[in-house]
Ligand binder design. Structure first.
Ligand code: NAD
Ligand code: WQD
Length: 337
């Protein structure tokens, strides 16, 4: 198939581009490079051998999207392009409504004009808010706890409504848990702007010496060691899930909403321990107050993904730590990996 990836130069998009190419699909990258390095497509060509056409434009520019879809007729779109920082969303709701919700509506309008009726969408476990329990199933109540989560839920609903009314032939809403890691080649990976909000990139920056220590946001949660528990999923596993989900919905013209996680919960201290074991690097810790909005524990029940399109995560937390470190070390010019 030929597939257009909005946000395809980004962290998860670039890894999905690599996974699709490995399965013989043709990839078209549509990205405004607001949060991506410009040489990602070149690095993808080195990694995959596939020269992927790149359209540098904004998903809210309907004529640009229509022109791209007419120049490169595709079987489906995978929609990664969005803003994703919870804190930023609370500080600037209209920016997130515009970029994420209006952006998705404009993309769907352009797809309809160009006759493209299949989409895979990057949703997030954030739509579950503070869950009553884990593991989390797809029919658990969705709860909006922040603006970012609201945009994800609205985007999901738009897509489900268009599928229900026959305006989309096939759709997959993929609810990612906590993506971490990098491709083992260290050619692509996560490039957070400024101080990383997320745990793994912060840990890797401590490991390079760029940060003096890790602040552990609370050790008084009702979890085995008191620190927050999450379902970390290797971005390579996540990318493979996109390829399998896409092939499934296109082959069967169906619409699905699926969790993508490992089903394993890992605490902050357990992740730090795994990182130190995998890399030999020590991570100094400071116990800090809880971060507002954090939940104590959530992890997925990944059974539906396996039952629907035969996917389950293969890589473990040490693989995630080792590949994260290899990527960060290569960026920092450290070659002890
Ligand atoms: P990312 O910022 O690395 O990638 C997003 C890409 O979209 C970037 O390349 C950026 O330049 C591009 N982009 C942003 N706005 C655009 C616009 N208006 N027009 C065109 N391109 C635009 O983020 P990511 O971590 O790869 O996340 C991809 C998707 O997955 C997002 O929708 C995000 O909400 C979702 N998600 C991410 C996580 C996570 O922890 N990384 C978890 C759950 C869901
Ligand atoms: C993980 C754990 C922290 C940093 C976020 C978004 C979510 C999704 C994934 C987009 C928590 C602890 C963290 C640090 C720490 N993104 N932590 N010190 O908050 O589960 O999810 O990213 O969809 O929407 O909310 O991930 O990596 O920020 O935190 O102790 O410096 O690590 O308290 O327990 P989170 P995270």
């Amino acid at each position: 198939m030929r597939v257009m990836l909005t946000g395809g130069a980004g962290y998860i998009g670039s890894h999905t581009a690599a996974a699709l190419a490995a399965r013989g699909h043709q990839v078209v990258i549509f990205d405004n490079f607001a949060n991506a390095e410009r040489d990602v497509p070149a690095r993808l060509e080195r990694l995959t051998g596939q020269k992927m056409p790149v359209i540098e434009a904004d998903i809210r520019d309907v004529p640009a999207v229509v022109a791209a879809l007419r120049e490169y007729p595709v079987d489906a779109v995978i929609h990664f392009a969005a803003l994703k920082a919870v804190g930023e969303s609370e500080a600037d709701p209209l920016l997130y409504y515009d970029m994420n919700i209006i952006g998705t509506i404009r993309l769907l309008q352009a797809m309809q004009q160009a006759g493209v009726a299949r989409i895979v969408f990057s949703s997030s476990a954030t739509v579950y808010g503070q869950p009553d329990s884990s593991p989390i199933l797809e029919d658990f109540p969705t709860r909006v706890e922040n603006i970012y989560g609201r945009t994800k839920l609205v985007m999901e609903d738009l897509i489900r409504d268009l599928a229900r009314t026959g305006k989309l032939a096939a759709a997959a809403n993929l609810r990612y848990f906590n993506p971490v890691g990098a491709h083992p080649s260290a050619l692509i990976g996560e490039t957070p702007r400024g101080v990383p909000n997320n745990l793994m990139p912060y840990v890797t920056q401590v490991a390079t010496g760029a940060r003096p220590h890790l602040n552990v946001f609370g050790n008084d949660y009702a979890t085995p060691d008191g620190t927050g528990v999450r379902d970390y999923i290797h971005v390579v596993d996540l990318a493979e899930a996109h390829a399998l989900a896409l092939e499934h919905i296109v082959a069967n013209n169906v619409s699905i909403t699926v969790n993508l996680g490992t089903g394993e919960g890992t605490s902050v201290l357990q992740l730090v321990q795994a990182f130190e074991t995998a890399t030999g690097r020590k991570i100094p810790l400071v116990i800090a107050p809880r971060r507002p909005g954090d939940v104590s524990s959530y992890y997925a029940n990944p059974a539906l993904a396996e039952a629907t399109f035969g996917w389950r995560a293969k890589l473990n937390v040490e693989d995630m730590c080792r590949d994260s470190w290899r990527w960060q070390a290569s960026r920092a010019g450290i070659n002890d990996v």
